[in-house]
Every structure is written in C-alpha cells, then in structure tokens.
Design a protein around this ligand. Structure first.
Ligand code: NDP
Length: 398
C-alpha cells in the first residue's frame, strides 16, 4: 500500500496536504493516511502536544509546524532546531493557510477554535476535509455561503456526513425525502435518568465503538454530538431539520443513509474507521485502496435499529429546536456545551449537570440570540454563553 512520492503525481491524491489539529484523534489518523500514501506535507498544526509534534516533524518533514499555544511553539522550536521545519506561533496561522501551496487541508481542530482557520481555508479556496463540527454549528450557513463564493470545496470527514455525502453523490436537495442519521447510542444506551445520575468520567469516556478525543466522546454519551450532527447535516446538505431522522444503530456498520423521493434508501456501510473518511475527502471523486479493514456482513450477522430516547438525553431535542430557532442559538448551544464538558472532564460538574447547564444557558439567551445573523454577533453571543454557562456551574440554579 506504501506509495512513493514520485508515483503520487498522477494519482488521485493532492500533490501536498496540510493538517489542522494533527496531534488529535482525527489528526493522527490523517497522518496515518498521509504516511500510507507517501503524500507530501506542507504544514501541520497542534496546540500544546509538543512531544507528538516533534515526532511528526521528524517523520514527515513538513515545511511549517504551527503550535497555537505560544509557549509550546517556543519549546517545539528549540527541540527541532536541527530540522528544516519552520516552527511558528498562533499569529502565523492565517498566513500559513492562505499562502500554503497545498491544495487540500484536513481540518481536525477541536471546538470553536476551528472556526477562524476554517474561514482562512475558505478564503484561500482550498479543498477542505472537514472534521471540526463546532464551526458548522456556530456559523454553518455563513461558512457554506462564503465557500460557494470563493470556490472552496468542503468535503465532510465526520463519518455520518461522509456517508451522506457518498450516498448523495451530487444529487439535488429537492430529490431527498429524508436523511437517516445513524447513532451508536453511546455508552449509556438504555439508561434511565436515575442511572445517569451515578455515571463517572471514566464511564463516559468508554465509547462502545469509536475511539475519539475526550470532548467528542463525552458529547457522544450525552447525545449532544448527535444533535451537532443534525445541525451539521442541515448546513452541509441544505435540508430542513424535519427531514432528518436520527436512528440508533448499535453496530455502527451503516454510517448513515439517504431516502430519496421515490422511496429508494441508499446507505453507506463499512467498518467504523475515520481513516476511510479522511482518505475519501482527499481522493474524491476517486477511490483508492486504504487502511480500513473490509466489512464482512456475515460476520456482522444482524443489525439493529432503535429510536433515540430524547427524554433521557434532552440535548438531542435541544439541538433540533436550536437549529429551528436559528441565528446564534446553535452557537449558544455549542459554547455552553464546551464549557460544561470541560467542567465535567475536570470533575467539577456531574454528567447530568452538563445537560442542565446547557439547557439553562440556551433558555437564558435564546430570544436574544435568534436575531444574530452576522459572524461578529454570533461570536459575541458565543462569549456571552460561555460566561453564563460558567456562572451556572459556579452557582447552580435549582
Ligand atoms: P482531539 O481532542 O483528539 O484533538 C484536537 C486537536 O485540536 C489536537 O491536535 C489539538 O492540539 C488541537 N487543538 C485543541 N485545542 C486547540 C486550540 N485552542 N487551537 C488550536 N488547536 C487546538 O479531538 P478529535 O480529533 O476527537 O476531534 C477534532 C474535531 O473533529 C472535533 O470537532 C470533533 O467533533 C470532530 N470529529 C472527531 C471525530 C473522532 O473520531 N475523534 C469524529 C468526527 C468528528 P493538542 O493535541 O496539541 O492539544
């Protein structure tokens, strides 16, 4: 499977790539795809993981490595001064993206911090393999509009959206009746609210099928992740929220499906492996052999499907109402959730406390947030929501 750099000139892969968030769960899988295919790397970025950044520099020789935490950038620069890679700090990120010779960028930065780099990629007209979902939740409508204007191409890497993208194969939104967005159900599938009151951080981090970063693993346990994916699908594919049906599918073999207006249902299946989604974002519309193991349906045996329990996991229902409310309401939802999940990971908030803080923050700010239709007003609302959520964690309401 290893290809030489010379052979790659005529293959389906771009001549070189950049990876935003290269040290994360998706980022390291993007690096696997890069190494397996012998791709050239123009730049990589990370925030604080200096040790992994150093080993990526030694393995991949990128032209530039951006560390967005400035102290970590200084540390990394010292460690790799014997290499040709230039190490830069956060201030350089926009310029690095815009001036990069790489036609394609995998974007796997975590959280709201991914929005500004996404806009830089769009202004530069890149092909963007997008994993960062929070930026689409905050400003997906504005982002997609700007991508249309600049000719940037956003290809989803999130597995469900990659699946939908593959099932759609360029079809018009008017031909779609519904999108069946599958969900593993997370580690607490079948739990009652009472049972959820006892779960710990370790329980929440034990996802049954996907190995992911800590924040998205907690989001999967609360079903906030599925709620974000509903918003992502509305933004990416131009469908209405009512056209999206969430289906719990414990085996994670069907990664999502599209029902067309003639009632045909086209699903995408495969072993759960983000590397396939990353690679397809790079090779689309072509396919190449990859690292993902083959699917044996006879080994799978049977597949099961359930409706999600939105009473026990209210954040999924809240995401549906946030996207219907529009404006900055999804941004408030995202900001409150980032603050609440960070507090949960520091063990300063209970599992059920996450949905309580997020719901209360949205309730407090929703009527004001609905009217925010510019990027600036959404970012202001994001800041306010962080402040409100933090205050509800510090002084819980009854
Ligand atoms: P991780 O936490 O594993 O990795 C996050 C990456 O972003 C790391 O490289 C990290 O650097 C960097 N980063 C963190 N904070 C900042 C910041 N403030 N500024 C710039 N860079 C930062 O996350 P995941 O890989 O799990 O998820 C990344 C994104 O992809 C999320 O939006 C997630 O929802 C989405 N996604 C993830 C999936 C998965 O399987 N993990 C599946 C589908 C979507 P450092 O390591 O140095 O801190």
């Amino acid at each position: 499977m290893q290809q030489s750099k010379q052979n790659c000139a005529d293959c389906a892969f771009p001549a070189s790539v950049g990876v935003l968030g290269a040290t994360g769960s998706v980022g390291t899988q993007a690096v696997d795809v890069i190494q397996a295919n012998g791709l050239s790397v123009d730049f990589l970025t990370a925030h604080r993981n200096v040790a992994l950044a150093e080993s990526q520099i030694r393995a991949l020789s990128p032209n530039v490595y951006v560390m967005t935490d400035d102290a970590s950038a200084k540390d990394l620069a010292l460690r790799v001064k014997d290499t040709k890679t230039k190490v830069l700090g956060a201030d350089a990120l926009d310029d690095v993206i815009r001036s990069s010779s790489a036609p394609a960028i995998i974007h796997s930065i975590l959280g709201e911090a991914g929005l500004a780099p996404l806009l830089s990629c769009i202004e530069a007209g890149k092909r963007i393999g997008l994993a960062n979902k929070e930026s689409l939740v905050i400003a997906g409508d504005l982002v997609m509009q700007r991508a249309k204007e600049t000719g940037a191409r956003i290809i989803p890497v999130d597995s469900e959206h990659s699946a939908i993208f593959q099932c759609l194969d360029g079809k018009e939104p008017s031909e779609i009746r519904s999108i069946l967005l599958t969900a593993s159900g997370g580690p607490f599938f079948g739990y009652t609210r009472e049972a959820l009151s006892c779960v710990t951080k370790a329980d929440a981090l034990a996802h049954p099928t996907w190995k992911m970063g800590a924040k998205i693993t907690v989001d999967s346990a609360t079903l906030m992740n599925k709620g974000f994916e509903v918003i992502e699908a509305v933004r990416l594919f131009g469908v209405r929220p009512e056209q999206i049906e969430v289906v719990v599918h414990r085996e994670s073999i069907i990664h999502s499906a599209v029902e067309y207006i003639d009632s045909a249902v086209i699903a995408q299946m495969g072993a759960p492996d983000m590397r396939l989604c990353v690679q397809y974002a790079l090779t689309y519309p072509h396919r190449r052999e990859g690292l993902t193991k083959r699917l044996s349906l006879t080994d799978v045996g049977k597949m099961t499907f359930f409706s999600p329990d939105m009473q026990t996991f209210p954040l999924l229902a809240l995401a549906f109402s946030a996207i219907k409310d529009g404006g900055a309401v999804p941004a408030v939802l995202n900001a409150a959730n980032e603050v609440a999940v960070e507090a949960f990971l520091r063990e300063e908030l209970s599992f059920l406390g996450i949905s309580k803080v997020v719901s209360e923050t949205v309730e407090t700010l929703a009527s004001e947030a609905m009217a925010c239709d510019t990027l600036e007003s959404r970012l202001l609302m994001d800041r306010r929501a962080r402040h409100v959520a933090a205050s509800y964690i510090e002084s819980p309401r009854n």
